[in-house]
Design a protein around this ligand. Structure first.
Ligand code: FAD
Ligand code: SIN
Length: 521
């Protein structure tokens, strides 16, 4: 096994990992390992933007309030205040790093509005904000002397001794060799797990590796039942899911049924701009009632120029699908989008394991509670990355040399048998039994099926050893199990977790209701 000894190790190259790396590189040597090419991440595909208060009629209190309302009683208000108060600073930092956000002629940021936001506060680059941000951050890390990037390097296990993280074991794709990286501080920024579900907005890298690795290492994990489904993705069976940004609804697009009638007024006073969980369930209900496979977004009142200016990618993608947005409504369906739960951290991104930080979608910082407010994810990644970097500086200054643990792991050097049918099965199982609407006996069935698959995979690993393919599959199954078991434990409906056998919200102590709490903390 190849060995490396470094100061700071970052797992993942999305917004959280890259921003943390840039800040840590001011005082340390940093290595980033990422399982694909550096830009491949959920961040790359983010459309809407980053929430921050810039409008004079808006306030941080409004942003806090909207986040707490979306989080449905489970947010940690301190974490919410941390991100909302630091949002402006984070955007200005990105501005300095040459991210080109859309601006008005006056030079101020052009702000979009999204679901659950009481004001227009989403800073964006047309409808491809993630690509602009990711590319700018990648340029920064590539040109930094203190940062080393290991692409196509798959993190397999966190090395933990005496509840202290000492590094990671990874597989280098190029050489198909195991690599043991020994580090003084480790940042887990491995993103989400959308691939758990048949329909999802995430790229193929989002297989929940970080959640599973952290669980195997013994880290505290919470709120995994809160999987956010985005209400609007292009309905085009057989094709890769394409997100239709919520900012379109903020722009004035309305949800309608096939007949062209609006329906959201029956579900929430904010209608098409209600929080995501409410819009998603309303759409499912309308589809069930009508027997139609989708609902529609109506943009026909806007002219082509306006649409092309603000939403050029969506305009082009819809054109490709044969839709003329000034004449046709866009057929849309919900899809799995974002993990609100994850590895529990404090306000400095510290996990329950010493020297291990977590940041971005893999983390559970308390910001999102039971449901994330749109465009708060990129923001959370930025603010917590900076906070964790500042804590890492202190950690490195007081670092005690740690023993290098002996790691025994067998690599399967032969081609691993095809696991794609197992992946498909898990995705269908999760979509059917642990999706938008859940029920106890169905969750129990799903858990049993997943346990059986888990046993098959672990036996196979003990027989043949590990490979990227088998570990991704194991991670997908373990993350699915965490979601299902958490969904079984939560015998109520709250935020994006909805159970037909427990349709009501449980009362909480007034203090908890106000400030929220994270399970297990
Ligand atoms: P990611 O950006 O997903 O990066 C994770 C990184 O970890 C990747 O580089 C991946 O390759 C790497 N990795 C994973 N596992 C391993 C492993 N085993 N070994 C090595 N590397 C690994 N949020 C907003 O706030 N605003 C938006 O407008 C918005 N729009 C979105 C649109 C879409 C289509 C999607 C999918 C998400 C959107 N989100 C949005 C959510 C947001 O983009 C993500 O939550 C956020 O980008 C997560 O950032 P991250 O750095 O935590 O993870
Ligand atoms: C979107 O653009 O609708 C996605 C925004 C988000 O997930 O925060």
């Amino acid at each position: 096994m190849n060995q490396q000894k470094i100061e700071v190790l970052v797992i993942g190259s999305g917004i959280a990992g890259l921003f943390y790396a840039i800040h840590c590189a001011e005082f340390a040597q940093v290595t980033i390992v990422t399982k694909g090419t550096i830009g491949e991440s959920n961040t790359m595909y983010a459309q809407g933007g980053i929430a921050a208060v810039f409008d004079k009629t808006d306030s941080i209190e409004n942003h806090v309030h909207d986040t707490l309302v979306a989080g449905d009683g489970l947010c940690n208000e301190k974490a919410v205040r941390l991100i909302t108060q630091n949002a402006k600073h984070a955007i200005l930092e990105l501005d300095k790093l040459k991210v080109k956000f859309d601006k008005k002629e006056t030079g101020t940021f052009d702000l979009h509005r999204e679901g659950g936001h009481s004001h227009a506060r989403v800073v964006h680059t047309t409808d491809a904000t993630g690509k602009e941000v990711e590319n700018a951050l990648v340029n920064q890390v590539r040109s930094h002397n203190n940062i080393t990037i290991l692409e196509n390097c798959f993190a397999v296990e966190l090395c933990v001794t005496d509840n202290t993280c000492t590094g990671v074991i990874a597989i280098e794709n190029k050489t198909n060799e195991l690599l043991h990286i020994h580090a003084e501080a480790v940042m887990l920024a491995s993103g989400g797990a959308g691939q758990v579900y048949k329909l999802n907005t995430n790229p193929s890298i989002a297989t929940g590796d970080g959640f599973a690795m952290a669980e195997r290492a013994g880290a505290a994990i919470s709120n995994m039942e809160f999987v956010q489904f985005h209400p609007t993705t292009l309905y085009e069976p057989g094709n890769q899911v394409f997100l239709i940004t919520e900012a379109l609804r903020g722009f004035g697009a309305e949800l309608k049924n096939k007949r062209g009638d609006t329906f959201m007024e029956k579900y929430h006073p904010l209608k098409s701009l209600a929080p995501r969980d409410i819009v998603t369930r309303a759409i499912v209900n309308e589809m069930k009632k009508s027997g139609e496979p989708c609902v529609y977004l109506d943009l026909r009142e806007f002219n082509t120029q306006e649409l092309q200016k603000h939403f050029p990618n969506i305009y082009d993608r819809c054109k490709q699908a044969g839709l003329n947005l000034t004449k046709d409504m866009i057929p849309v369906v919900p899809a799995a989008h974002y993990m609100c739960g994850g590895v529990v951290t404090d306000l400095k991104g510290k996990t329950s394991i010493k020297n291990l930080y977590a940041c971005g979608e893999v983390s559970c910082t308390g910001v999102h509670g039971a449901n994330r407010l749109a465009s708060n994810s990129l923001l959370e990644g930025l603010v917590f990355a900076e906070s964790a970097a500042s804590d890492s500086k202190t950690l490195l200054q007081s670092a005690i040399p740690l023993a290098n643990p002996i790691v025994i792991m067998q690599l399967n050097k032969h081609e691993d048998a095809d696991l794609s049918s197992m992946k498909k099965y898990v995705q269908q199982l999760m979509w059917r039994y642990a999706g938008i609407v859940r029920q106890g006996t169905e969750l129990n069935y799903c858990e049993e099926e997943l346990k059986e698959l888990h046993l098959k995979l672990t036996s196979r690993i003990s027989l043949h050893g590990i490979s990227v393919e088998v570990m991704e599959m194991l991670n997908l199954v373990e993350t699915s199990l965490m979601i299902v078991q958490a969904a079984l434990l939560r015998e109520e409906s709250r935020g994006c977790h909805y159970r037909t056998d427990f349709p009501e919200k449980k009362m909480m102590a007034p203090e908890t209701e106000k400030y929220g709490h994270i399970q297990g903390v």
